[in-house]
Design a protein around this ligand. Structure first.
Ligand code: SF4
Length: 388
């Protein structure tokens, strides 16, 4: 039997993990301040320093007492995710690869467009849902991002443009939770991060300009309506369950009719009217881009308040699909427009830096082994092609 002196014990004790204040919503920041014996208004001061001024050093927080700053240094930190690469496309789109604590990389994209800047934010390292047209799905899944890692993408994008204080020049006017991952499968962290996007002590973005995009996790969508009022987008991509089962496998659990009904319930819970669901439809050559399929989509959505966003498929290395011709896209758009459904075609941005919609890959330490299976399948197909 061995005995351990208290001195030996002290040297082997793990360091106390500091609380990353970047990831605390207003309520959690207030609770944190109260836990340190401070008044809850200190939370507002801290939030403003972090999210309005982009400060990550307690010594710069000049309206906070020295004693409290010293206390904060002991138990807290402001740690944004680390930027590994930053690329800017010739069209102005900027993409960051961000290292998260597990060593994996996730990607974030800012698309500037006149006065508007739309930030596409990731919510998970990889994705477990494996939609057949999505490069993130092919990477497999590792873990959920923390609140600090999600809101940190907003923070570092503003920092990258040297645009703090964020209350002056707004580099980011819109946020779409459409990057890597299914946001509703990381529910609590995504809800907290979105609350900071909306909060006046956070980024003060209107609820109409923060959009959560889901492939259709119906029970979580029902929960979302109880706690959030952000805009809603759904990844539909097919007008019938048979095809959608192939493209978006979660459809086997929550088919189209259930998803559309959940969207209606979501809006029924909101106090303001006239808000509609954005329906995303990735057009894939020879798969879902025929005029008959456009008519079927128009019939499906006839009485469903929505606008449709058509996204011509952006190819990526492990994909089996092709981009549709411009003629096919125009034809599809025409059918929907003739049916009086507001329909736009998303222009491809940032494809020279692989930042276009559906191309975000990151680097996932895949727990599911899915990326290996996809690579093996891809190599097999390539080998057959070469032999033929
Ligand atoms: S489309 Fe969205 S839900 Fe589907 S695999 Fe890609 S990231 Fe996941």
């Amino acid at each position: 039997m061995t005995t351990e002196t208290s001195e030996q014990h002290a040297t082997t004790q793990a360091p106390v993990e500091k609380t990353n204040l970047l990831g605390l919503s207003r309520e959690k920041m207030e609770a944190f301040c109260l836990s340190l014996g401070e008044k809850s208004f200190r939370a507002q001061q801290l939030l403003k320093w972090i999210h309005h001024h982009g400060v990550d050093d307690f010594d710069e927080m000049t309206n906070i007492s020295k004693n409290f700053r010293a206390q904060l240094k002991e138990c807290a930190e402001i740690r944004p995710p680390e930027v590994v690469t930053e690329k800017t496309s010739k069209d102005g789109t900027r993409k960051w690869a961000v290292k998260v604590t597990s060593g994996s990389l996730v990607e974030t994209v800012l698309i500037p467009d006149g006065d508007r800047g739309t930030l596409c934010v990731s919510s998970q390292v990889g994705c477990s849902l494996d939609c057949s047209f999505c490069s993130t799905g092919k990477q497999g899944f590792q873990r959920d991002l923390t609140v600090a890692e999600i809101i940190g993408q907003v923070w570092l994008a503003i920092k990258s443009y040297d645009a703090f204080p964020s209350t002056n020049k707004k580099i980011i006017t819109n946020v779409v939770m459409m990057g890597m991952g299914e946001p509703l499968l990381n529910f609590d962290n995504v809800v907290d991060a979105m609350s900071l996007m909306l909060d006046d002590f956070g980024y003060g973005i209107s609820k109409r300009r923060v959009t959560l995009s889901t492939s259709g996790v119906v029970p979580a969508l029902d929960r979302l309506g109880d706690v959030s009022s952000v805009s809603l987008a759904i990844s539909l991509h097919a007008a019938d369950d048979e095809l959608r089962n192939q493209l978006v496998p979660i459809n086997k659990r929550y088919p189209i009719a259930e998803l559309l009904a959940a969207c209606t319930r979501y809006w029924d819970k909101q106090s303001d009217t006239h808000r509609v669901t954005t329906v995303e439809y990735t057009l894939i050559a020879g798969v879902n881009d025929s005029p008959e399929q456009a008519h079927a989509l128009a019939r499906l959505l006839k009485d469903f308040p929505c606008k449709i966003n058509l996204i011509p498929f952006n190819p990526f290395p492990l994909s089996d699909y092709e981009r549709p011709s411009k003629r096919a896209v125009d034809r599809f758009w025409q059918v929907l427009s003739n049916s009086n459904i507001v329909t736009t075609v998303r222009s491809t941005r940032g494809d020279d830096i692989d930042a276009a919609c559906g191309q975000l890959i990151g680097q996932v330490a895949d727990r599911t082994k899915r990326s290996e299976r996809h690579k093996a399948n891809y190599n097999q197909v390539q080998a057959v092609n070469i032999i033929e």
